[in-house]
Write a protein that binds this ligand. Structure first.
Ligand code: FES
Ligand code: FES
Length: 198
């Protein structure tokens, strides 16, 4: 079966033919970029409304990280495989590297930065720490957001349901059991005991 990479896809749309760099936050787009199709969109990110003009080829994660400065969402594979870029769009966990920002026009987006409230970590984040979930940290924000989506739709999952809910998030260090334990603890399905290192 032939594979179409994201680059091939974007080039196929004609939107990727003009080379330009993403302007830094607060700076106007360079002249070359002005010939690229752009669209004014409205995003509600972590409860805050943003009205911004984006190039039609920009992915959601690029806008979150490069334009809004929300760098908690990571770019791992940049091709819809690892889950490091996972955010919630209208409550559903999606790979933000595989969503164009224009597709999110009018939608609500939640990122890992929105989990803590009033300086207090979300119970899920607290459970991740207690259960020694994060190792590299690079995949953790995506793991958290998939776990948040799961608990929003199923507040008391069993271990199998947690594994299924987080199946799109890869942990290269193989810390899956700790992540599952963390989500179960956050859901009150298991007590979160601090882990002792071997
Ligand atoms: S960076 Fe988006 S799935 Fe890997
Ligand atoms: S904890 Fe990030 S890859 Fe395993």
């Amino acid at each position: 079966m032939s594979r179409i990479s994201r680059r091939t896809f974007f080039e196929g749309t004609g939107a990727g033919l003009v080379a330009s760099s993403v302007p830094l936050r607060g700076q106007p787009a360079p002249p070359a970029a002005r010939t690229v199709p752009q669209t004014a969109i409205k995003l509600t990110v972590n409860g805050r409304v943003h009205r911004i003009t984006v190039e039609d080829r920009w992915t959601l994660v690029e806008v979150l990280r490069d334009y809004l400065g929300l760098t908690g969402s990571k770019i791992g594979c940049d091709r819809g495989e690892c889950g490091a870029c996972t955010v919630l769009v209208d409550g559903k966990n999606v790979y933000s590297c595989s969503q164009l920002a224009v597709w999110a026009d009018g939608r609500t987006v939640e990122t890992v930065e929105g989990l803590a409230q009033n300086g207090k970590l979300d119970p899920l984040q607290q459970a991740f720490i207690r259960c020694d979930g994060p190792q590299c940290g690079f995949c953790t924000s995506g793991q958290l957001m998939s776990a948040r989506a799961l608990l929003n739709r199923n507040p008391h999952p069993n271990a199998e349901e947690v594994r299924a809910g987080m199946t799109g998030n890869i942990c290269r260090c193989g810390n899956y059991n700790h992540y599952v334990e963390s989500v179960l603890a956050a859901a009150g399905m298991r007590s979160a005991q601090p882990r002792t290192k071997a």
